[in-house]
Design a protein around this ligand. Structure first.
Ligand code: MF3
Ligand code: CO
Ligand code: CO
Length: 271
């Protein structure tokens, strides 16, 4: 367990990590990403989301790591699996996937104290044209956000890059959930908004570690949380997609900690 509490925190409460800390994040990120590579084969019609979660739980354990979500605010699972109009925090269970379902699988692991948090989209069976476009736009929105990550830019630049791209495609960005600082903790300042105005918000500095995890809806952006207190859905029942990477600001840009070892971040399915 790395419980090194040295280092600086900005006026906005954002921790600045040290050059020696990137390697720990990269190991945690690689494990989370590798597990997401491996689950791709399990995403087929007839499979339950609970069985996918069991696989993830076992893989985390086999790797000698810990799941960050089991026990987090009472959450009991090693992943969130959000199907179709579920925006995020879908609870794995006995429901079987159907042909054409789209789903986000979100995994966070802890390796030697470092948190690796990533999610991506999968399809059970056949993908429709409209849905393919939603997934592509959401992936590209994340990557445009990441392209805005470099010292001197602001968090508003990241949000603006995502929002302006998504809205130009006539889709909407969810406002009710955001990315977050992470590192030796799961959720820390700042809130990383996926919308915003250029030049606003905290200035990015080398040593900041955070997630970018835009949720994009085919319909309106509003969400509601179901009675289970976790599952967030689109109010208008429109389809929703999400991709997430954990990143660090470097001296001249960005390091993505959760790159797929197999190059399967997107698409996870044969095209
Ligand atoms: N991994 C999610 C995120 O991106 C958080 C899930 S918390 C849980 O921040 F408890 F719902 F698992
Ligand atoms: Co996250
Ligand atoms: Co996540």
């Amino acid at each position: 367990m790395n419980d090194d509490l040295s280092g600086r925190t900005t006026r906005d409460g954002i921790r600045i990590y040290e050059p020696g800390h990137y390697a720990g994040m990269a190991r945690a990120g690689a494990l989370a990403a590798q597990i997401l590579d491996e689950v791709a084969d399990l995403v087929v019609p007839g499979q339950t989301t609970g069985a996918i979660d069991d696989f993830i739980r076992n893989r985390v354990e086999e790797a000698g790591a810990k799941s960050a979500t089991i026990g987090y605010k009472g959450y009991q699972h090693a992943s969130c699996i959000s199907v179709n109009h579920v925006v995020c925090h879908g609870i794995p269970g006995e429901k079987k996937l159907k042909d054409g379902d789209i789903l986000n699988i979100d995994v966070t692991v802890i390796v030697d104290g470092w948190f690796g948090d990533t999610s991506r989209m999968y399809v059970a069976g056949k993908l429709s044209r409209k849905t393919e476009r939603l997934i592509q736009v959401t992936h590209d929105a994340l990557m445009k956000g990441i392209e805005a990550v470099k010292p001197g830019n602001t968090f508003g630049d990241i949000g603006h890059a995502i929002q302006s791209y998504v809205e130009a495609q006539r889709m909407s960005v969810v406002r009710d959930f955001c990315g977050h600082g992470l590192g030796l903790v799961f959720h820390a300042p700042p809130n990383v908004l996926h919308y915003g105005r250029p030049g606003t918000g905290p200035v990015l500095e080398e040593g900041m570690f955070f997630t970018i995890e835009p949720m994009v809806n085919l319909g309106r952006p509003e969400t509601k949380v179901l009675a289970d207190d976790w599952t967030a859905v689109t109010r208008d029942k429109s389809l929703s997609a999400q991709f997430e990477h954990s990143v660090g600001v470097t001296s001249d840009g960005v390091e993505i900690f959760t790159l797929s070892p197999a190059g399967k971040f997107h698409p996870t399915y044969p095209v």
